[in-house]
Design a protein around this ligand. Sequence first.
Ligand code: DQA
Length: 144
Amino acid sequence: MILVLNGPNLNMLGTREPEVYGRMTLEELEELCQSWGAELGLEVVCRQSNFEGQIIEWIQQAQGEGYEAIVLNPGALTHYSIAVLDAIRAQSLPVVEVHLSNIHAREEYRRHSVTASAAKGLVSGFGALSYKMALAYLADALEP
Ligand code: DQA
């Protein structure tokens, strides 16, 4: 079972800066993640919060809730949240960081991820397909 976590402002997908993030809504993105997961033999549960503390608690609790891995789009927390970094480090599930946009092709302040150093890997710039690639990696990595 895989937990897909989306951080601040990702509930605004669809109308938020469509030239950067496209027109897909969060609901559509989550449905896609579930169907891509099903194709890969993975059960996918999706959650979104605008609150750093909620994201941290979900990361902390994931293993105890029976999840095997986390796909995480921390939103802007990516660029400054040492607390999210610590939460990833404090647990042992593999975390794959994803971004819809290519953070390295954007403003200077988005080019560094403080959270990615604790992640297995980072997929950035492929829109919803960033999530699909993360799920494909996890399906392979979690195969017994
Ligand atoms: C984002 C990139 C971040 O810089 C931004 O703050 C977001 C979305 C992405 O998916 O491209 O909220 O994580």
